[in-house]
Design a protein around this ligand. Structure first.
Ligand code: ADP
Ligand code: GN1
Ligand code: MG
Length: 352
């Protein structure tokens, strides 16, 4: 067990600490104490997050703000402070933080039914709505240009040029597809620059496995993984959920014939999301939700492909070509979304 387990204000003394969850970025552990209380301990990824004090400042202030509105540790992610005070601690093994474990909950890796996806949409829509009064300028940009799709395209082009592992020849089709999408990349950023879209406090990583549902009722409980909470575009939060949750297959499915975007799931998510935050969004933000799905999926594919070309130093992989497999599912989804853009727009118009 890491020494870190014992350095937080836990109820009881930790008796086990085991690897937990399927995140691509941090190292997550489930800690159980002799009093039977569960906690989540995380070693924060220092390669990905360059300013950990800034990141923890964001999380602490957002959690305190939400806790005032919902004082319940099953409904708001709750930090367990270290013995030395503050919100995280640093030792020879790295940067650590601890959260109260959201009890009697489920965290889904795949959508099992439409209702669960609707519940996750309520959670993220509500998160968006509750934070619409939060001062975005008080937050640090924990990863600069995180959802700046044109910059992600530029990063890919640099990686192709450098091709430091000689992998470009193994993924020419994916490279060609990515480059053919260059014209679409700046769609949302241009609207933001024009002032038609608002810079809001957004989550920026709205995967299904970043929301907890009640294990019995499957009602939404709380949004987790707040590392990327920072100023952003609402359509990106909507879009990233669609990218992951409305896909008919896993993010790393190898059989591409199984990968498509389900309009039924898209509609369920849109209904849940907008029922919570429609009143907080302007009409352009609502109208661009389908484009958010397209661009978040494209961007994620660009990021997986870049990481593959650069030697898999960002996303955790479980096999040598894992990032390339992930790239392929994302690009398959982009193609499918393009063919369904008219339907997606009609669904949004119908709800809004
Ligand atoms: P990553 O950034 O690596 O995705 P997350 O913060 O999402 O890390 O945590 C990884 C997984 O750990 C989650 O998908 C979830 O299963 C579990 N988890 C994280 N925080 C909690 C919590 N407070 N309560 C219960 N489970 C949690
Ligand atoms: C990462 O941390 P996790 O697994 O929730 C990534 C997201 C990607 C996602 C792809 C900080 O999310 O941006 O969309 O993988 N998080 C970060 O599955 O880069
Ligand atoms: Mg996560």
């Amino acid at each position: 067990m890491f020494d870190a387990c014992f350095k937080f204000k836990t109820e009881g003394t930790p008796v086990s600490c085991e690897r937990y969850g399927n995140g691509h970025i941090n190292e997550t552990y489930l800690v159980v104490t002799d009093k039977g209380v569960w906690y989540i301990l995380q070693r924060i990824n220092e390669r990905v997050f360059k300013d950990i004090p800034g990141l923890m400042h964001n999380i602490s202030s957002v959690c305190s703000y939400l806790y005032k509105m919902r004082p319940d540790p099953r409904r708001v992610l709750t930090i367990v402070p270290p013995l030395e005070g503050g919100s995280y601690m640093h030792d020879e093994d790295g940067y650590w933080r601890m959260y109260i474990f959201v009890t009697d909950s489920l965290c889904l890796e795949r959508v099992e039914n439409k209702r669960d996806f609707y519940s996750s949409a309520i959670a993220f829509g509500n998160f968006q709505n509750l934070l619409s009064g939060f001062d975005a300028s008080s937050l640090y940009e924990t990863i600069v240009d995180f959802h700046n799709t044109p910059v992600r395209m530029q990063n890919l082009q640099n990686a192709i040029k450098e091709d430091k592992l000689g992998r470009a020849k193994t993924c020419q089709r994916e490279i060609d597809f990515a480059l053919s999408q260059e014209k679409n990349c700046s769609f949302l950023m241009d609207l933001l620059k024009k002032g038609d879209l608002k810079l809001r406090v957004t989550h920026n990583d709205t995967k299904l496995n970043n929301v907890m549902l009640d294990a019995t009722t499957r009602e939404p409980l709380c949004v987790i993984d707040l590392d990327t909470v920072m100023p952003g575009i609402a359509a990106n939060d909507f879009g990233d959920s669609i990218r992951f949750g409305a896909s008919t297959a896993a993010e790393d499915e190898e059989d591409l014939s199984r990968v498509s975007m389900s309009l039924e799931l898209f509609e369920a998510y849109a209904k849940g999301f907008l029922s919570e935050c429609r009143s907080a969004l302007n009409d352009t933000e609502v109208a661009t939700l389908p484009m958010g799905a397209h661009l978040m999926t494209l961007e994620c594919g660009l990021r997986f492909l870049t990481d593959y070309l650069e030697g898999d130093s960002y996303f955790r992989i479980h096999r040598p070509d894992h990032n390339l497999i992930r790239t392929r599912t994302q690009f398959k989804l982009v193609e499918d979304m393009e063919s369904k853009m008219g339907d997606m727009n009609r669904i949004i118009e119908g709800i809004a």
